[in-house]
Write a protein that binds this ligand. Structure first.
Ligand code: NAD
Length: 467
């Protein structure tokens, strides 16, 4: 792909080096030409904050900034350091060097007194203004941040036009596109960027063409062809709709889990049977809860966009909003089940909570259901001891998380909340050493053999979704 400055290597800037941006920076740095040479020089830009500096220093030191079970990220970081085509910085002047700028900053929402979600757009706007003040005429900006539909056209494009006016450039001096990430932290973290389908769109045809050319060099498009949509609002809707679908599918199963438990049925067995129908193969199953930075907020973006961007407060999204509320309350089912196991009272009980991250194989604790569980258990007088092989400090709870397990005779209950692979490998009989805490498998973590071993050892065992 031709760089703006002839004779130079194409330079890609990634703004925001979080769970998405840091992995994307490595994916772009790892792109290779036929002769094995790197396609791009990559500059990662984050804020001059403590958090930003940690991420910048990790990448500059040849490391992925987060604890990940997928070794491909650490390998890619080390290869990029060896090749010398990735540097990270907090210097915003770097945007002036770029042919392509990928926006991977966060965009938070808050819920007001009227229970309606509202976008906290100002930091996002500020990030775009910063880039607009520095980027080269002719450069391409790709929005990867998950945004309320309409944002690229109605918020980003006007900011860039304004930046052009201030710099006495023609208003269409920049190219603008939208392409969302489907990155999935966990065992296939890196592959979920390079070996996965992508949707994209351009504010103009020229921007869409350039975005396609760029993605074609980072993504394995031979096996995972790209999909172009007709407008940036359409591809923004695609992102929000697919996450809303997933969140709703999960929430839908919640009431069936309670039903199965009440009437003595194993809902996992029922769902396995239903999944044999190809049309129903992705039906979800009972679980501990929904966390992370995406499914907890993205289903609220459509309603928010209708109200705040398109001035259509008459449009409502009751399914999506109910899904978010249902999923938030899900860990309370585990609290209720545990209370039953402990004869109706959690007061003074010592609960070992196994799993803090929002899903298996990741160390990300943002909006984790374990936090809801922790707060509710404490409110009922319980003492919670938390462990997670991927987490050494639980930010949201301000708790140090030591490795290993406490002695079994020091806990009254064990709750399996996250299916980290370490929990499948543990020898629980050895750990129990004669103790008999009650056991709640809240997320289908244990296999049959382990369940039987707990019961044979004298522990009362219960599972979410199984009567
Ligand atoms: N985490 C996921 O699995 C995932 C998957 C798909 C999409 N997304 C979306 O990707 C976006 C980023 O998510 P994330 O999990 O990487 O968030 P994150 O909070 O981990 O990372 C965001 C980074 O942006 C930096 N930042 C903020 N403002 C900046 C600025 N003005 N200049 C430079 N850096 C700035 C922050 O310091 C932070 O390091 C979100 O919109 C999210 O919804 C996330």
């Amino acid at each position: 792909m031709a760089p703006i400055v002839e004779g130079n290597q194409t330079v890609v800037c990634i703004q925001g080096l979080g769970f998405v941006g840091a992995a994307m920076a490595l994916a772009v740095a790892n792109a290779r030409k036929r002769d094995g040479q790197p396609v791009f020089d990559v500059i990662g830009v984050d804020l001059p904050t403590e958090l930003g500096r940690t991420r910048i220093d990790a990448l500059n030191g040849g490391h992925f900034p987060f604890h990940a079970t997928d070794p491909a990220l650490e390998e890619a970081a080390s290869l990029a350091a060896k090749t010398g085509n990735l540097r990270a910085t907090d210097d915003v002047a770097s945007f002036a060097e770029a042919d392509i700028i990928v926006i991977d900053v966060h965009l938070d929402i808050s819920t007001g007194e009227n229970e309606l979600a509202s976008a906290n757009l100002e930091p996002f706007r500020g990030a775009i203004r910063t880039v607009g003040a520095h980027m080269r005429p002719g450069a391409l900006m790709i929005i990867e941040t998950t945004v309320p539909p309409g944002t690229t056209e109605k918020i980003v494009a006007p900011i860039l036009a304004e930046a052009c006016r201030k710099r006495r450039l023609s208003e269409d001096a920049f190219l603008l596109a939208h392409s969302y990430e489907r990155v999935m932290p966990g065992d296939d973290y890196f592959a979920s960027i390079c070996n996965f389908w992508r949707v994209y769109s351009g504010h103009t045809e020229a921007a869409a063409d350039l975005c396609e050319e760029f993605l074609g060099q980072v993504v394995n498009v031979a096996d995972y062809p790209l999909r172009r949509l007709r407008s940036t609002t359409a591809s923004e809707i695609a992102k929000v709709l697919e996450n809303s679908y997933r969140a709703t599918n999960i929430a839908f199963i919640e009431e069936w889990g309670r039903f199965a438990e009440a009437v003595g049925v194993d809902l996992f067995e029922v769902i396995d049977a239903i999944r044999m129908r190809p049309t129903h193969s992705n039906i979800r199953q009972p679980g501990f809860g929904v966390g992370g930075y995406c499914l907890t907020k993205d289903p609220l973006f459509a309603g928010l966009a209708a109200r705040e961007i398109f001035d259509r407060p008459d449009l409502s999204f009751p399914f999506s909003e109910m899904a978010v509320r249902t999923n938030q309350r899900m860990p309370l089912a585990a609290i209720a089940r545990l209370t039953d196991l402990l004869e109706g009272d959690l007061t003074g009980k010592r609960i070992l909570l196994l799993g803090i991250a929002y899903r298996q194989g990741v160390g990300d604790t943002r909006y984790s259901p374990s936090h809801t569980f922790l707060e509710e258990a404490r409110a009922r007088g319980a003492h919670v001891i938390a462990r997670d092989p991927m987490v050494s400090y639980w930010n949201e709870a301000a708790m140090e998380i030591p490795p290993g397990l406490p002695p079994a005779n020091e806990v009254d209950a064990v709750v399996f909340a996250v299916a980290h692979r370490e929990y499948l490998a543990l020898d629980y009989i050895d750990w129990l050493d004669g103790a008999t805490p009650v056991v709640l498998d809240a997320n289908a973590v244990l296999d049959d053999r382990q369940c039987k071993a707990f019961v044979a050892a004298g522990c009362k065992l219960s599972s979410i979704g199984q009567g």
